[in-house]
Design a binder for this molecule. Structure first.
Ligand code: SF4
Ligand code: SF4
Ligand code: SF4
Length: 534
């Protein structure tokens, strides 16, 4: 649960807030943490309904292992996770600025664009937000904000502002907007081509500077939760992962806990930087695996739980409209990045550029317009499924607040969008494969080049891991796997959430499964058409 109780989206999404006295709006706005812990007498009714489905399996608590427990209690643990990436990250910046202008031979450009994203993606699929636990952007800014590398400090170097409620309600959609902006900049300046290695450095500097500003102005990891361009992608795709995150071992203990140190911070640990209450989390969306709650809970009531793959896609009962829109937008973006290789799109882009006096691809109107169309078409199909299948005797609410999902459209759109996560994730991964298979061996001569050895004539510089036809086959196979996983997830979600509100189980199954198959087929056909283009 979010402890930022002025975050209406989180409150609406989170029934544990029933236990929280949030009547005093002024007080809430002034100090949400204080109010969040001003509890009513513990409420025990409805616990099973709220927590049962996604409660982590106790046997999968790896923190029960004494060696793991010792490691997680160690305050240097996250510092040591971040440190190696921090070294690579500053190397990327300096080598990008000062090293060779040959992109494939420049370590900064080569490691970032040939290898990094693929590695991060594998981490997401396996372990959720594992990257966030070792991320140099957030890590660096947090060191500055806390004025320490690992100690538990009380005073921070930050204005500690709260993120405006009006913006916070858009949750995962905001960072998709920053991701769209970053992607457009990257395409416009051909940063990921890779083009001029200095551009990669400037992009990385831009991200870390933004993170630093947000950490210095706002409290905790506001940047990570609401702004970071990667957070929506990592959060949604990471929900396929097998790490459920840090959750409580016994929620009854939490309901009567007076201190809520996991949220406020205790002697041994900071309050959750991601505004998550481990007792109410029903997915791994917002657990940055930072271990602070584990350290701070005086009751030793926090564990690190594993889960079956896709659990955080299928199991959550408190689905969120902002997450669903984020998935639809991310789907629109990755499809755009395939369609932009077609001659038809290139003609359109040139035509728009001619009229709008934009020097070259990508035309911002074409870019945003096509992504918006693809997003709205996806949402529109779910609306049609609702119109076709919804029971007439179910009284759906009027569409209200952004975060509510009572309307007929949202009752179908939100769960169906969650079901699409595996195919969206597979598409992002497949999109990175040509660069990885064609050019990742270049990282070795790029490292050697930093020390004055190797060059473009190194055999590794010209080596590739797969031929073009095999890359296409691999991309199609990845999409096929993602589609099968999405079909399975959609089947489970439909059974639990859509059939009860639909007139015909067969109709809703056929239409939701059909949407998944069409999405997977569209991505696969486009990969065949692209012929392993970068
Ligand atoms: S949300 Fe972004 S900045 Fe924060 S830890 Fe994750 S990747 Fe890093
Ligand atoms: S996790 Fe620990 S500190 Fe947090 S509410 Fe539960 S018992 Fe209290
Ligand atoms: S590990 Fe605990 S403190 Fe850290 S983000 Fe996850 S829930 Fe919050």
């Amino acid at each position: 649960m979010s402890i930022q109780v002025n975050d209406r989206a989180a409150r609406l999404a989170d029934p544990v807030d029933v236990a929280i006295q949030v009547n005093d709006r002024a007080a809430r706005l002034a100090d949400p943490v204080d109010v969040a812990i001003r509890l009513r007498p513990p409420e025990h009714a409805g616990i099973a309904e709220r927590f049962d489905a996604s409660d982590p399996t106790p046997g999968l608590d790896v923190a029960r292992n004494p060696h793991v427990a010792r490691l997680l209690h160690n305050r240097k643990f996250q510092f040591l996770m971040i440190l190696p990436n921090q070294i690579v990250f500053w190397t990327v910046i300096f080598v990008g600025l000062l090293g060779t202008a040959v992109p494939g031979l420049n370590f900064g450009a080569a490691i970032t664009w040939y290898v990094w994203f693929c590695l991060v993606f594998v981490m997401m699929v396996v372990a959720g937000r594992a990257w966030c636990a070792m991320c140099p952007f957030g890590g660096f800014a947090e060191w500055v904000q806390r004025r320490t590398f690992w100690q538990r400090t009380q005073k921070t170097l930050s204005l500690g502002r709260k993120f405006p409620e009006g913006l916070a309600q858009f949750g995962f959609v905001l960072p998709v907007v920053t991701f769209l902006l970053l992607t457009w900049i990257e395409e416009y300046f051909n940063i990921a081509g890779p083009g001029n290695p200095a551009s990669t450095s400037f992009m990385v500097i831009g991200i870390v500077a933004s993170a630093l500003i947000f950490f210095l102005v706002f409290e905790r990891r506001t940047f990570c939760r609401y702004i970071c361009p990667l957070t929506s992608l990592i959060g949604t795709v990471g929900s396929m992962g097998m790490v459920a995150g840090f959750r409580t071992r016994d929620r009854e203990v939490c309901l009567s806990c007076k201190t809520k140190d996991c949220m406020r911070g205790g002697d041994q640990g900071f309050g959750c930087p991601w505004y998550t209450w481990p007792a109410s989390a029903d997915s791994n969306l917002y657990c940055g695996l930072c271990t602070e709650c584990y350290k701070s809970c005086p009751e030793e009531n926090i564990g690190l739980f594993l889960q079956k793959p896709f659990t955080s896609v299928v199991a959550p009962r408190r689905r969120r409209a902002d997450v669903a829109w984020a998935i639809a937008l991310l789907w629109g973006l990755v499809l755009y990045q395939q369609i932009n290789f077609t001659n038809a799109y290139n003609s359109l882009d040139s035509w728009l550029n001619g009229h709008l006096h934009i020097p070259h691809y990508p035309n911002p109107v074409g870019y945003l317009g096509l992504i918006a169309i693809l997003t709205l078409v996806t949402a529109g199909v779910t609306r049609s499924i609702g119109a076709l299948c919804a029971r007439r005797d179910v009284a759906f609410k009027q569409a209200g607040n952004f975060a509510e999902r009572g309307s007929r459209f949202r009752a179908y759109f939100v769960p169906i969008a969650y079901g699409l996560i595996p195919v969206v994730g597979a598409d992002y991964f497949a999109r990175q494969l040509p660069k990885f298979f064609k050019s990742s061996p270049r990282v070795v001569p790029a490292v050697q080049h930093m020390f004055g050895a190797a060059g473009v004539h190194s055999w590794l510089y010209n080596a590739r891991l797969l031929s073009d036809p095999r890359i296409v086959t691999t991309q199609v196979a990845v999409i096929a796997l993602g589609t099968v996983a999405a079909l399975w997830a959609t089947w489970r979600i439909t059974t639990r959430e859509l059939i009860p509100v639909s007139r015909s189980a067969l109709a809703v199954r056929v239409t939701t499964s059909g949407l998944v198959i069409v999405c997977g087929a569209a991505a696969a056909v486009l990969y065949v058409a692209m012929q392993a283009a970068n």
